[in-house]
Design a protein around this ligand. Structure first.
Ligand SMILES: [Zn+2]
Length: 366
């Protein structure tokens, strides 16, 4: 599927952002801040893991540690793996590869992720039938172009609890299913071969050893399963909510290709702006913790720029959007963004007959 041709907006925005980096004598990648942040995040993960396996012996020690371990795995995903997987971490390909491999350590396949996230989600954001990230199967309806089932009426309550199970399904089922079928949703991909296959298998083996085999040498099996479930549940809720706030809120569009041509009417860059929403841009602690993914418009337009630079380029992106007549949408706080996701889920779960006419994308700018 194709987008409209490269437009003046895209050209002008790239020129301005390049000028900014040149003027500030900054490199787009290999930021010292990023290396320090990665070392800190990985050290926190290792310390929490060792405390859980070697020290904790009662539930009131294990449960808080499991929650913190879940948060630290989400932080590795947001801050290290995501940049590495996008080649936004470094100019050296081996550094990006190494950072991307942190996902295998945490149970997900970096090979499958690169296809699902880089090739599919980033190309076809919010296009129903193409973007697998907005496909929850029968569990939920995230797009107005998906079929509504009667129980979606309650999805704004129950989906939050399902978000927590997604990493467990991803680690133990989805990756294997996708590799065996050679398909993610409707998109075919080349199955891993050679070193990629070795990495896929070795990654799963290392993860299963870390998550189950090693802890079971020190603790009873059901304690290990409970700690794994708690940590992954926390990770799933955090990962899913951060994703949903960028794409599944009232202010995001869900465009479809033109029926006659099968092509999108807008350019790729305009499409990224229309389907993505920023949130809590002034919250520096949140930006640090979630790898700048509250600046998702900037991430979608410049996925190969390291996330530590998003706050600096956001005003340039916003101004350029305004000049070219594109609506740049951002929630000022995390709370207003979560509330908008809740309302979007509620709208998508309602029968069409009781939705206000012209409700789609009609929410006021925030
Ligand atoms: Zn991304």
């Amino acid at each position: 599927m194709k987008f409209g041709p490269l437009d003046d907006f895209d050209r002008e925005l790239r020129r301005r952002v390049d000028d900014f980096f040149q003027g500030a004598r900054l490199s787009k990648r290999d930021s010292p801040r990023m290396y320090a942040k990665s070392a800190l995040t990985l050290a926190a993960f290792a310390a929490l893991y060792l405390l859980l396996v070697l020290w904790s012996s009662v539930w009131w020690q294990s449960l808080p540690l499991a929650i913190l371990l879940g948060l630290s795995t989400a932080a590795i995903g947001f801050n290290i793996q995501h940049d590495g997987g996008h080649r936004a971490y470094s100019d050296r390909p081996w550094v990006n590869k190494l950072m991307a491999l942190s996902l295998d350590l945490l149970g997900g396949s970096s090979y499958v992720w690169a296809r699902k996230h880089n090739s599919i989600h980033h190309s076809f954001s919010n296009i129903t039938g193409h973007d697998d990230d907005i496909n929850l199967g029968i569990l939920g309806r995230l797009s107005p172009h998906q079929r509504r089932l009667w129980f979606h009426r309650l999805q704004h309550f129950y989906l939050w609890t399902f978000y927590g199970f997604l990493p467990i399904k991803w680690q133990l089922f989805d990756d294997f299913r996708d590799v065996i079928r050679g398909r993610i949703g409707e998109h075919r991909f080349a199955r891993p071969k050679g070193w990629d296959l070795v990495t896929f298998i070795a990654g799963k083996a290392v993860f299963l050893s870390l998550a189950f085999v090693i802890p079971m040498l020190f603790h009873r099996w059901w304690v290990v399963l409970a700690v794994y479930a708690a940590a992954m549940y926390v990770q799933g809720v955090v990962l899913s909510i951060v994703f949903q706030l960028a794409h599944c809120v009232e202010e995001a569009d869900f465009p479809m290709p033109k029926a006659e041509t099968g092509r999108m009417e807008t350019s790729w860059a305009a499409h990224q702006v229309e389907t993505t929403v920023d949130f809590a841009r002034r919250n520096r602690v949140l930006s640090w913790l979630i790898g700048g993914l509250n600046f998702q418009i900037e991430h979608h337009l410049f996925p190969q720029i390291c996330h530590v630079h998003y706050p600096a380029i956001a005003p340039l992106v916003e101004e350029t959007c305004r000049e070219f007549g594109l609506r740049y949408r951002a929630h000022s706080t995390l709370r207003s963004s979560i509330a908008s996701h809740f309302r979007w889920l509620r709208r998508m779960g309602m029968p069409d007959s009781i939705q206000p006419a012209g409700f789609l994308n009609a929410a006021p700018a925030v």
